[in-house]
Design a binder for this molecule. Structure first.
Ligand code: SAM
Ligand code: DTB
Ligand code: SF4
Length: 392
């Protein structure tokens, strides 16, 4: 058997203990023997499901015939998540444009503003953000993600983002932020406010990275991810497929995730939205886009290698057909951005997504926000009120 693969036709009686949830398929009323046997066999395979693949094994997964790769990814997905259930997030740009970073794909970089002509905006007021979060909740989103075009939040931005976290959580939504780099102190402040997820993407491999960004190093990205991880906030870290990178770069990116002490809880796999006026967007518009199948392969490999992570369909869905998105869900994606807009670009329409979910038989997962780490305590002797930070 090829290294790193599950052999679902050869169940092994001496299987490792695992966290397989055998209720997966009865949960949604399927009670389908074929699906239950499929997932049961997967857990009895020769290889433990949750283990780190080495680089060669990741490369072998990418090379599989597509149907073998999809079958394996969907099988692993069902062993760890409720089948046919998807987590849905809504995005809002809370500070748009004129970013000091020079990410070659991004409409919001100040370095490309003369060519993208993107109108920069100031921070959005708290009550407007809350109104957008309420709309997101009413539409069925379980997580509200707020993005800012900053190198990092400044000292004067911190009370603003802390207030947003607290107010959005009070609505019963999970919170996610993506604000650029964070130091340990900032990560702790966000954790104490109860932030559920922080998004900070590696975007690509270490070696292709220099073709993409020059103002923020790969190691700085890894440092921010470490700070988020150590603060107790869930890590959301993904990539962009289709920037002109090679298959090797996509393999290396998956390998980077596995080199982390713990794989990100959430992995957005963006398909490049080629934006006119950005260096990478213009190049891709001139030379042609990568096959969508390669994006689907990347999703499947991320699912297999990070079996307990949410794998998210992120940028790029607006241009995809129903069938391409269905293949992405087959590949083990179980999360997507919902709502007519991402940060500056369009998204697949909400009504279209509702119809697609009905047609595919997908159901929305409920929110489960983290409790804030800080608890108020009263000193019994003095009556003095203070706050304690709870250990994770
Ligand atoms: N400014 C913050 C940062 O970069 O850390 C957060 C916002 S940034 C827009 C979040 C992610 O969106 C990027 O890391 C990139 O992966 C993705 N993204 C941005 N522009 C994109 C595009 N044109 N196509 C696909 N993904 C894109
Ligand atoms: C992520 O990986 N993708 C989202 C989210 N994290 C913040 C952003 C996609 C942005 C797409 C381009 C735009 O709308 O400007
Ligand atoms: Fe700025 Fe983020 Fe865009 Fe890079 S991706 S230019 S950091 S907003």
């Amino acid at each position: 058997m090829m290294a790193g693969l599950l052999n679902i036709s050869e169940p092994n009686a001496s299987s490792p203990t695992d966290t397989f949830n055998n209720q997966n398929n009865s949960h949604n009323g399927l009670n389908n023997d074929f699906l239950n046997n499929l997932t049961t066999d997967a857990t009895k395979a020769n290889q433990p499901i949750a283990r780190k693949h080495n680089r060669e094994e990741i490369a072998e997964l990418f090379d599989l015939p597509l149907m073998d790769l999809l079958l394996q990814a969907q099988t692993i997905h069902r062993a760890h998540f409720t089948a046919n259930e998807v987590q849905i997030s809504t995005l809002l740009s809370i500070k748009t444009g004129n970013c000091p970073e020079d990410c070659g794909y991004c409409s919001q970089s100040g370095h490309h503003r003369d060519t993208t002509k993107l109108q920069a905006e100031k921070r959005i007021e708290v009550d407007k953000v809350i109104a957008a979060a309420k709309r997101a909740k009413a539409s069925g989103s379980s997580r509200f993600c707020m993005g800012a075009a900053w190198k990092h939040p400044s000292a004067k931005d911190m009370p603003y983002v802390v207030e947003l976290i607290k107010e959005v959580k009070a609505l019963g939504l999970e919170t996610c932020m993506t604000l650029g780099m964070l130091d340990t102190n900032q990560a702790t402040q966000l954790a104490d406010a109860g932030l559920d997820y922080y998004n900070h993407n590696l975007d690509t491999s270490r070696s292709y990275y220099e073709q993409v960004v020059s103002t923020r190093s790969y190691d700085e990205r890894l440092d921010t991810i470490d700070n988020v991880r150590n603060s107790g906030i869930n890590v959301c870290s993904g990539n962009i497929v289709g920037m002109g990178e090679s298959r090797d770069d996509r393999i290396d990116w998956v390998h980077e995730l596995l080199k982390m002490p713990k794989a990100p809880e959430s992995i957005p796999v963006n398909l490049l939205v080629p934006i006119k006026g950005t260096p990478i967007g213009d190049k891709v518009l001139a030379e042609g886009q990568l096959s969508v199948i390669e994006w689907i392969r990347t999703i499947a490999v991320a699912r297999i290698c990070c079996p307990t992570s949410y794998v998210r369909l992120s940028a790029g869905r607006e241009s995809l057909s129903d069938s391409e998105q269905a293949l992405a869900f087959m590949a083990g994606a179980n999360s997507f951005f919902y709502g007519d807009k991402l940060l500056t670009t369009g998204n697949a329409s909400q009504s279209g997504d509702d119809r697609l979910m009905r047609e595919l038989g997908l159901t929305k997962q409920f929110a489960a926000p983290r409790a804030p780490k800080v608890l108020p305590v009263m000193d019994a002797m003095s009556g003095h009120q203070s706050q304690v930070v709870m250990a994770e």
